[in-house]
Design a protein around this ligand. Structure first.
Ligand code: HEM
Length: 446
């Protein structure tokens, strides 16, 4: 009895640590093991940590796994029943419907929007004096929010972008931590204080979405063929349009999934480049040789393999979506372990991407691993910054294009350095962000 009580207290302590910062709570031994069963109070959780296990859960037997209700519940007030959290027939229909908006044939047009918005941010930086300091997680989030709204909804946010940013920061503060109710076996509908605080943020967010939607409807036949157009022109087999609630949820889903991830990729990339001057010098050499001082364009991306490799390696060490939590619908077996129905399966890309068995010198930042000549050596399911299987990120190519173009465009004109004395700590909550932001000194390159 005493032993059971002690182990429950230990479990609870561990869960509280994970709730504060998931990435700091992973024990060192996990970076060597392939599957770890963990008793979480009255539930089992299996940490799946091998390429074969990831393939099984996300691809081979993905039908047996749903997104964990706890995670879904955290996002529900914001994204409702949108693509990021929906399941079953609704998910299949909406995923198919959204495909044309992220198709590779659209990327060339999107890249013009990306570099124009990038140029706008750089003009603002020039106007602020040289050098100046900014929290780059905020600057990049405002930039990518503006970009995703132009690309997906044909809408320029202007000053409203600050309102969306504030709403999202408030929401993360109230809902960003892991759910304990699920592990305690308590029903997820129990009211919580944080839900009320998050409501205000959702109201702000909904106000801006409603404005965008009004503008889209008013544009009528003039509307560009973008994601919002796909939602508004949808008709089901009986000729019925999508409900206003579902249109709102899909807009919220694509907006949220499509901007903060890219912003964090850029912020972590600049942090890593400062710590690795040899990589920064190589990037500078590539940019100068390929672009010769002009702004980057879509056609330049294949000629910027090192810039792209910096992004890939950043996504390995600092994956913005750092953990995937699924629940087994039926009993299963992974790497010889029995997985009872109802248990949780967790895949941490943070751990998997730093695993001693799957990576050589996993802690070392080495973009060269991702250069085209080395690609055959990579183990596909040991590297999952965009997930895998049917639910793989539909914005993968857009996210990679956007990060690569912006990395080249920004580094071409500015040098970024972390504020002296500021300790950078990765904080694993809803996404992987630097705790307290990333204040950087921004200095023009001559
Ligand atoms: C570097 C940038 C990005 C990263 C690292 C990233 C990462 C991810 C990951 C890991 C998932 C899978 C989550 C899971 O399986 O639980 C995902 C899903 C998703 N992403 Fe991205 N993403 C990025 C950019 C984008 C962009 C630009 C868009 C906009 C089109 C987007 C839209 C989505 C959507 C809608 C989903 C849900 C898909 C579904 O469940 O069917 N993402 N993303």
């Amino acid at each position: 009895m005493l032993k059971r009580l002690c182990s429950t207290v230990n479990d609870f302590r561990h869960l509280l640590r994970a709730r504060e910062n998931v990435v700091a709570a992973w024990p060192k031994s996990y970076y060597r093991r392939e599957l770890i069963p963990v008793r979480c109070l009255n539930r089992w959780m299996f940490v799946v940590n091998s390429p074969a296990g990831v393939q099984h859960v996300m691809v081979g037997n993905a039908r047996n796994y749903r997104k964990s209700p706890g995670n879904t519940q955290v996002l529900r007030p914001l994204v409702g029943h949108g693509l990021f959290v929906s399941e079953g027939e609704l998910w299949t229909r909406q995923r198919r419907l959204s495909n044309p908006a992220t198709h590779s044939s659209r990327l060339q047009g999107y890249s013009r929007i990306i570099t124009e918005a990038g140029a706008g941010m750089l003009a603002d930086w020039r106007a602020r004096g040289d050098p100046h300091e900014q929290d780059v997680t905020e600057a990049f989030t405002l930039l990518t929010a503006d970009i995703i709204c132009q690309i997906m909804f044909g809408y320029k946010l202007g000053d409203r972008v600050h309102l969306l940013y504030e709403a999202f920061v408030e929401y993360q503060a109230s809902h960003g931590r892991m759910h304990l109710l699920e592990f305690l076996g308590l029903p997820m509908w129990l009211p919580r204080f944080s839900q009320r605080r998050g409501r205000k943020a959702v109201d702000k967010f909904d106000g801006v979405l409603a404005e965008i939607l009004r503008a889209g409807r008013n544009a009528g036949g003039e509307m560009p063929e973008n994601f919002l157009h796909l939602l508004l022109s949808f008709r089901d087999e009986e000729g019925r349009p999508m409900t206003p609630g579902q249109v709102r949820d899909e807009m919220a889903s694509i907006f949220l999934a499509g901007h903060e991830t890219t912003a964090l990729t850029l912020a972590w990339a600049f942090y890593l480049l400062e710590r690795h001057p040899e990589a920064e010098a190589r990037l500078q050499e590539e940019i100068a040789r390929v672009l010769g001082g002009r702004a980057p364009a879509f056609e330049d991306v294949p000629n910027l393999p090192f810039a792209r490799a910096v992004i890939d390696e950043t996504l390995r060490l600092y994956p913005p979506v750092h953990v995937f939590t699924r629940q087994a619908l039926g009993a299963d077996e992974i790497s010889g372990h029995k997985i009872p129905a109802g248990s949780f399966v967790t895949i941490s890309s943070w751990v998997l991407h730093r695993h001693e068995l799957w990576w050589e010198e996993p802690e070392v930042f080495r973009p060269e691993r991702f250069l085209p000549d080395n690609a055959p050596k990579l183990n596909a399911h040991a590297y999952i910054p965009f997930g895998a299987g049917a639910r793989v990120c539909p914005g993968k190519h857009l996210g990679l294009l956007e990060s690569t173009l912006l990395l080249a465009q920004i580094s071409q004109s500015f040098r970024l350095r972390v504020r002296p004395g500021h300790a950078v700590e990765p904080l694993g909550r809803m996404t992987l962000r630097p705790r307290g932001g990333l204040p950087m000194r921004i200095e023009r390159r001559t």
